[in-house]
Design a protein around this ligand. Structure first.
Ligand SMILES: Cc1cc2nc3c(=O)[nH]c(=O)nc-3n(C[C@H](O)[C@H](O)[C@H](O)COP(=O)(O)OP(=O)(O)OC[C@H]3O[C@@H](n4cnc5c(N)ncnc54)[C@H](O)[C@@H]3O)c2cc1C
Length: 404
């Protein structure tokens, strides 16, 4: 049996960050197993057949308020600064989104002021003191009209649940502004890896040298019987790790439908009606990186990531995103943040807490495993952004590094 200091399951942001830290920070010898045929997890990107850099699993807008996380990742990439701007297509036209003074003026059909918007919101908000779900959080922020126009349909399509059956955090993440700020996020650092995420991950792997071995197209269960390792780091779905013994955790999945356009294809398209307000740049399909569709369309958004990557390229590719039920064989993209799912997760969390220090209760003794870490979005069944899982991996490293 080949001895490793750590067996790491999953080559996404959480698995590779911890692998890099353990290999270069502690000199550990690590084996990363990844069931897909590439590294990078859901944040992976690639050049498609038309030469356009696309995010393979939906748009990944990097942003953070943490200088530590930014500085850590900056060892492996330069950055392309981006102000992510998003539009919503509702009632037959585009709107700046999230709601801000520009959206409000479009709604009124005339110019307005911050003061007028604030007093309008004041009189339209529902007085809900401690919003406990996503419907209440939006009604208490913007009132029913904007809730119906922008939020309800989108959220129901995305989650196949009423907003009132989802945690307040789902819609509570979206900012509301009474000034002219069309940016989607508030974070102090908003940028994409200059040469793409996959290059960033390759640089992390390169930094580890021969202390890191990666096996793609490999499910961890296949290596366990033949491998010795002191530590197991699991970043896959926690319910799968325990053979779904309390029942499967619910996830939402997605279907991505790409479509590419040459400059000739784009020229043949009719000019959009609101082209003067929301101009489509040359060699692009739509006016912004992301357009949300809260209406009856079967997709939730169309993403043209070229707007954000800044790639100079005559062709362009858009991706329509269709929410889908999670079924065996599909990808568990989103843990569902709701009280019933949290209760089920807590049972797995408790078990994970136990085996973390009693690995022989779940792994064969022949592995020699002394402890298990559960990190990342799937292993903790929580909606985390990329910077948050990097932060989680850095914290786990400190914990492991402090053990003699
Ligand atoms: C559609 C979508 C859009 C997103 N947009 C953003 C965004 O704009 N900004 C942002 O900050 N975050 C975004 N995220 C979140 C981001 O993807 C995650 O925070 C991040 O990728 C999580 O990294 P991870 O390593 O925890 O998990 P993952 O990236 O999911 O990596 C886990 C890896 O483990 C592998 N694995 C699972 N089971 C096994 C097994 N049994 N054996 C071997 N390997 C296994 C998987 O194949 C996967 O590659 C988005 C997520 C999705 C789904």
């Amino acid at each position: 049996m080949t001895p490793y200091d750590a067996l790491i399951v999953g080559a996404g942001f959480s698995g590779l960050t911890l692998a890099e830290r353990l290999c270069t920070g502690r000199g550990w010898r690590c084996l990363v197993v990844e069931k897909r045929d590439h590294i990078g997890g859901n944040a992976a990107d690639r050049f498609d057949a038309h030469g356009v850099l696309v995010h393979s699993y939906g748009p990944h807008y990097f942003r953070t308020n943490s200088a530590r996380i930014r500085d850590y990742l900056s060892q492996f990439t330069a950055w392309h600064p981006v102000d992510y701007t998003i539009l919503s297509f509702a009632a037959g036209r585009h709107w700046p989104f999230p709601v801000n003074l520009n959206t409000f003026e479009a709604y009124l059909g005339r110019s307005s002021t911050t003061a007028e918007m604030e007093s309008w919101l004041e009189s339209h908000r529902l007085p809900i003191e401690n919003p406990s779900n996503s419907e209440e959080v939006i009604l208490s922020q913007v009132g029913r009209e904007f809730y119906e126009l922008f939020f309800r349909g989108y959220t129901r399509k995305q989650w196949r649940r009423e907003p009132r059956d989802l945690d307040a955090s789902v819609c509570g993440r979206i900012p509301l502004r009474t000034v002219r700020d069309n940016r989607y996020f508030n974070d102090t650092f908003q940028a994409l890896p200059k040469d793409g995420y996959t290059r960033l991950f390759e640089n992390m792997v390169r930094a580890c040298g021969d202390r890191l071995e990666i096996r793609l197209r490999t499910a961890y269960r296949d290596v366990i019987p033949h491998t010795r390792f002191r530590r197991l780091v699991f970043t896959g779905p926690v319910d799968e790790f325990f053979d779904h013994r309390f029942g499967p955790l619910p996830y939402r999945s997605l279907r991505f439908e790409p479509e590419s356009f040459t400059p000739e294809d784009l020229n043949r398209r009719p000019t959009p009606r609101d082209q003067s307000t929301f101009p489509v740049p040359l060699h692009h399909f739509q006016p912004a990186v992301q357009v949300n569709y809260p209406g009856d369309e079967p997709f939730t958004r169309i993403v043209e990531v070229k707007h954000a990557t800044g790639q100079v390229c005559e062709n362009t590719t858009i991706v329509r995103e269709y929410p889908a039920d999670f079924a065996p064989g599909s990808e568990p993209y989103y843990p569902i943040p709701a009280p019933d799912t949290a209760a089920l997760y807590r049972r797995y969390e408790e078990l994970a807490g136990h085996v973390a220090t009693h690995p022989r209760d779940i792994l064969p003794e022949s592995c020699g495993c002394e402890g298990i870490s559960f990190i990342g979005r799937l292993a903790t069944y929580r909606y985390y952004n990329m910077d948050q899982v990097v932060g989680m991996a850095l914290k786990e490293f400190e914990k492991l590094a402090s053990v003699p």
